[in-house]
Design a protein around this ligand. Sequence first.
Ligand code: 3PG
Length: 209
Amino acid sequence: MTSTARDLLAVSPVIPVVVVEDPADAVPLAQALLRGGVGIIEITLRTPNAVAALAAVAEAVPEMRVGAGTVTTPQQVEAARNAGAGFLVSPGATEALVDAALASGLPFLPGAGTVSEMLALRERGLDTLKFFPAEPSGGRAYLSAVAGPLPDFAFCPTGGISAGSAADWLALPNVGCVGGSWLTPADAVRARDWDRIERLASESTALRE
Ligand code: 3PG
């Protein structure tokens, strides 16, 4: 199992950012991603059933690295850890959130969109970050400019990245992987079209070949 945030970036070129409405969908969805070669999933804590979905995947799909996304409060850190999350992702960071995430012992990818936010996180020992929201925060040009002064950071840019733009992001020296919701489109999940999700997953793994 993954032990550090840096390791998480190496699992798959794309971390699927997933919204689960019906917890019964979580396991077949995770299995479809796995069949497509994607061994990591970020279940966003944006729906009432997200924690149950996370627990179901952690229990039933042990080969999958399952993490909690959209973690914005210390209470959610606790809920995610209790549900069996293997890592945490947040869109931004506060002191209380960083305290809770570090105390949980779980690998943590906090969100940052500016150089000052990045530096503040490094002061807490965190230099593997989610660059969020990637496109609106300045896109590839911004992150590429950051690589000069901050060469020790590694990023998972997320927000506005697509199948079409992922390869360009992955070509940046400070990008380990990207995050995105396009592997699990809402209509495919609603239709339980697991084959389509497997196909999208499998296309994403080719991004690093
Ligand atoms: C996230 O929460 O990380 C983003 O909302 C995912 O962004 P995307 O939908 O633009 O891929």
